[in-house]
Design a protein around this ligand. Structure first.
Ligand SMILES: Cc1cc2nc3c(=O)[nH]c(=O)nc-3n(C[C@H](O)[C@H](O)[C@H](O)COP(=O)(O)O)c2cc1C
Length: 197
């Protein structure tokens, strides 16, 4: 099972990044392979000039193509998801998320924009033909603290519980995702189905 995690925050000290990291560890402990990408690690020029032929972008496209699911984490910026994340999602080919399960995660300064994932990010995931986009997680800044010195990053117990619940749902959705049937096998199945009619 392969999951791609995408950190959409331009900031290295990132609350949405804390949730993403927790999610990564949780999945890895259950034997899921997770490949992580951070929007801020891509060359800015590749994103701003929409360089589909950039080696970084092509590598990203290839890993996404192989993934069973994605976790997409973003800060809320100006009542939407981060523009830097949009520049990266814009570089995915049409139908890039077909057959894939997506878990969105967002953090915001207040709950006023807690629906930003629903009205801004989910339509983009849907345009990329995600098979299933889960309810996801929104946290406001008071619920997540960064790691500071020897103090580890922390989530409030209520947020921790919501995150674990979402990850369980994501894990179950990944497991029930039908695996692709090889063209040869499909042909054989169609032939035997005809005989059995
Ligand atoms: C440029 C900018 C715009 C922001 N706009 C909003 C906003 O419209 N609504 C909101 O709730 N929070 C807003 N915030 C606060 C961030 O969403 C919030 O602090 C978030 O947790 C940051 O995530 P990060 O630490 O992963 O970057 C904004 C922050 C910045 C820097």
């Amino acid at each position: 099972m392969l999951v791609v995690s995408i950190g959409g925050s331009p900031s290295p000290r990132s609350r949405s990044g804390v949730l993403l990291e927790r999610s990564r560890h949780w999945l890895q402990e259950r034997g899921v392979e997770v490949v992580n990408f951070q929007v801020r690690d891509f060359p800015a020029e590749d994103l701003l000039h929409a360089r589909f032929d950039s080696p970084h972008v092509q590598h990203f496209q290839q890993v996404v193509a192989q993934a069973d699911g994605l976790i997409v984490a973003t800060p809320v910026y100006k009542a939407s998801f981060a523009g830097a994340l949009k520049t990266l999602l814009d570089l995915l080919p049409e139908r890039a998320l077909v057959h894939k399960i997506v878990l969105p995660i967002a953090t915001g300064g207040s709950i006023a924009h807690m629906l930003a994932v629903d009205y801004a990010l989910k339509p983009v995931l849907s345009a990329l033909k995600a098979q299933e986009t889960l309810q996801g997680i929104f946290a406001d800044d008071s619920q997540v603290s960064y790691a500071e010195g020897s103090k580890p990053a922390q989530l409030t117990p209520a947020l921790e519980a919501r995150l674990l619940d979402s990850l369980e749902t994501f894990h179950v959705a990944l497991a029930r995702r039908p695996s692709a049937v090889a063209p040869g096998v499909l042909n054989e199945r169609l032939i035997s189905a005809r005989w059995s009619i």
